[in-house]
Design a protein around this ligand. Structure first.
Ligand SMILES: *[C@@H]1O[C@H](CO)[C@@H](O)[C@H](O)[C@H]1NC(C)=O
Ligand SMILES: *[C@@H]1O[C@H](CO)[C@@H](O)[C@H](O)[C@H]1NC(C)=O
Ligand SMILES: *[C@@H]1O[C@H](CO)[C@@H](O)[C@H](O)[C@H]1NC(C)=O
Ligand SMILES: *[C@@H]1O[C@H](CO)[C@@H](O)[C@H](O)[C@H]1NC(C)=O
Ligand SMILES: *[C@@H]1O[C@H](CO)[C@@H](O)[C@H](O)[C@H]1NC(C)=O
Length: 243
């Protein structure tokens, strides 16, 4: 694995870092008012799982191989585990719903509505709005609650952190009311995408974020001024470029 990595730093209201391997193009995003945006792409990321999760999004639009869908089709899709369903329900109930509908949801034409409203106990959580499960194991690997009107804090004992298999977490454009970013985010060891943009986090980015060695993309832009310790940054870059 050749980690040909490019690092871009910009300190105007924050930091923009792009690590990429050759063959992928990085489209710079305007960083005006961005307190922190880190986007990281490694060679690893363009392998199979990454394609399934991320090709729709930003980076790999031009070069994906065709996957044979039949080789993936399981005969019976496993259901969401009780533990994970219950963690999701607890997470849902820790918020109130407040229609903030920030302009960004409109700008990016992201549908803006309370996704968690449709979550019901007794229905397989893999079919809940915003939840993605692994087809083979039924583990919750994706949670996309962007523009979902969530209002409240995410404490370090949040049941969110009881979803250990998450690979993709998008909580962008909700109102976490100045929550500190918990060091528990570092528990998501499989996390490839973390997107907390515009979601009213505040305070220092925890040092432990550098443990997320599978990270492909980290978007913490449009939050209250956040500080990223140099050691965190150095650790992150170091961990991401290993392997
Ligand atoms: C998992 O199942 C969904 C829905 O049936 C399907 O769209 C998706 O392609 C499957 N993913 C894989 C990796 O087979
Ligand atoms: C949000 O923060 C304000 C100011 O700190 C506080 O008064 C309020 O109770 C908080 N609301 C929630 C839902 O946490
Ligand atoms: C988290 O801890 C607080 C006290 O610090 C407690 O009131 C709350 O019930 C706990 N929440 C969960 C989900 O365990
Ligand atoms: C890299 O990540 C591991 C855990 O995945 C952690 O123990 C280690 O401290 C990290 N290294 C740095 C330099 O942050
Ligand atoms: C984060 O999510 C927002 C809303 O979906 C999206 O506009 C933005 O591009 C995402 N950031 C990254 C780095 O993917």
């Amino acid at each position: 694995m050749d980690p040909s990595v490019y690092v871009l730093l910009n300190n105007h209201f924050g930091i923009l870092i792009a690590l990429r391997d050759s063959g992928l193009t990085w489209q710079p995003i305007s960083i005006l008012h961005v307190s922190l945006l880190i986007t990281i792409i490694t060679n690893m990321s363009c392998l199979l799982i990454f394609y399934q999760l991320l090709c729709l999004l930003l980076f790999c639009l031009s070069s994906q191989p065709t996957l044979s869908s039949s080789s993936f089709a399981p005969s019976a899709t496993p259901l969401c585990s009780h533990n994970e369903a219950s963690a999701l329900m607890k997470f849902k109930s820790s918020f109130s719903i407040k229609q903030t509908a920030p302009g960004e949801c409109k700008d990016t034409s992201t549908p803006s509505y309370p996704k968690t409203d449709s979550w019901k106990e007794g229905i397989d959580c893999c079919s809940w709005d915003g939840v993605t499960c692994d087809n083979k194991t039924g583990q919750v690997i994706g949670l996309d609650l962007c523009c979902s009107w969530l209002y409240g804090v995410i404490p370090s004992n949040s049941s969110l952190f009881h979803l250990p298999h998450l690979q993709n977490l998008n909580l962008a454009y909700n109102d976490f009311n100045g929550s500190k970013m918990s060091s528990e985010f570092a528990q998501f060891t499989s996390l490839m995408q973390l997107n907390l943009t515009g979601s009213v986090f505040a305070g220092q980015i925890p040092l432990q974020i550098s443990h997320l060695s599978k990270l492909v993309s980290l978007d913490l832009s449009w939050n209250y001024p956040q500080a990223l310790d140099e050691r965190t940054l150095a650790g992150l870059v170091q961990n991401l470029t290993e392997e």
